[in-house]
Design a protein around this ligand. Structure first.
Ligand SMILES: Nc1nc2c(ncn2[C@@H]2O[C@H](COP(=O)(O)OP(=O)(O)OP(=O)(O)O)[C@@H](O)[C@H]2O)c(=O)[nH]1
Ligand SMILES: [Mg+2]
Length: 369
């Protein structure tokens, strides 16, 4: 997955158990009523919980120490102390939790993302047991014990939290189609943009804010015909968009190959992982500001009556606002659909071809086959 530079270091502690109580029954007509000290309450747990509306670890920059509550001390009349409250740490999908000192991965909330529902919980540290009250220590020899058990101590751990962001929408297109330009326009990412093919060699992520929602966009290198056999930069970076909930296909209307672009792209994706071609998608005709584009766009729309088709220019800003709205509603819909469909991940992460990918970028040219 694409690594988005987002990480945090936090300290978490589960709650200490409440101490047991030493008490005796005192009732008017029952002298020497015997021990009646209740047990202490359990300490609170340290719990991580996934919230799908979160997209960053920003919250963990403000608060770095999380402590669950101590259990209440036991009480007289054999009353149990109250259990301590858990401390719940909300994290976005894609969060990986590691032990700070060893780097050992304790939990990966990125796996099985599409299956993962809101509110998936993981109890990391259990709170300490509550101690026994003196009632437990009564026996034939000692009818009035003054012994109690202290609550068990909580545990504490330093953690490294990392976020491997999962993009909502992945951009797919021929080189030079204007993918990076769109990312640049919509987000605070500043990818390299240039009038030649294969400017983008590694995927870029950007965050688009729409209606109080963060939408993560992924700009990936250009794809050309034969990419599945290694032409151009090949297709290995497609795994970066495998878990997106939707795809946007960008077709450069100033390019002579505009008529066949979408079909070629779709074929390439299918040869890599058939389910990629089944992801929810929209088509975007780009560079509407150039003279021929208007006419071509009309034809483009007509040629794909069953697709959602948009036309934009980042230069003249035509169609940009509409596209933002479309991205927004699309993500909301696609997310619901993704929750019911896990085939893309199974395709890609189950197949041997997809696994030998490395994050390293070579000279960026030539095939691999
Ligand atoms: N006329 C016009 N040119 C555009 C528009 N958007 C992008 N371009 C130009 O198209 C060229 C390619 O843009 P990029 O954004 O780098 O294209 P890309 O799809 O990221 O290309 P690769 O990274 O090589 O795959 C640049 O020269 C841009 O300035 C547009 O709306 N109108
Ligand atoms: Mg680019």
């Amino acid at each position: 997955m694409i690594k988005f530079a987002d990480e945090a270091t936090i300290t978490v502690s589960s709650g200490k158990g409440g101490d047991g109580c030493v008490a005796f029954r005192r009732e008017k007509y029952i002298p020497m009523g015997g021990p009646a000290g209740g047990d202490g309450g359990r300490g609170g747990d340290v719990v991580f919980e996934v919230r799908r509306n979160l997209r960053t670890l920003a919250a963990l920059r403000f608060q770095q120490t999380f402590k669950a509550q101590t259990g209440q001390t036991g009480m007289g009349k054999n009353m149990h102390g109250r259990d301590g409250d858990d401390v719940v740490i909300a994290v976005p999908p894609g969060t990986i939790i590691k032990r700070l000192d060893t780097g050992e991965v304790l939990k990966d909330f990125g796996l099985g993302y599409s299956k993962m529902g809101e509110g998936e919980r993981w109890v990391f540290l259990k709170g300490g047991r509550g101690g026994w009250g003196n009632t437990h220590y009564k026996n034939s020899v000692n009818q009035a014990p003054r012994t109690f058990q202290p609550g068990q101590a909580g545990k504490s751990e330093k953690l490294r939290i990392e976020l491997q962001l999962i993009a909502d929408i992945g951009f797919v297109g021929f080189p030079n189609a204007g993918k990076s330009s769109l990312l640049d326009h919509f987000t605070n990412a500043r990818p390299k943009i240039a009038p030649y093919p294969f400017t983008t060699k590694i995927p870029n992520l950007g965050m688009l804010h729409a209606h109080d929602r963060d939408i993560v966009l992924a700009d990936i290198p250009g794809i050309i015909e034969g990419a599945h056999e290694g032409a151009g930069l090949g297709l290995r970076f497609l795994k970066h968009i495998a878990r997106t909930s939707a795809l946007a296909f960008l077709v450069d209307l100033s390019d002579e190959g505009w008529e066949t672009a979408f079909t070629i792209l779709l074929d390439e994706l299918s040869s890599y992982a058939p389910s990629l071609a089944e992801k929810p998608r929209l088509l975007i005709g780009t560079k509407l500001d150039i003279p021929e584009a208007e006419e071509r766009f009309a034809a483009f729309k007509e040629a794909h009556p069953d697709e959602k088709v948009h036309g934009i220019s980042v230069f003249s800003r035509v169609g940009i606002d509409d596209l933002l709205e479309a991205f927004f509603s699309f993500v909301v819909e696609a997310e619901a659909a993704a929750a019911a469909n896990t085939s893309v991940e199974d395709d890609l992460f189950g197949s041997p071809g997809a696994e030998e990918d490395s994050e390293k970028e070579g000279a960026g040219n030539g095939g691999e086959g």
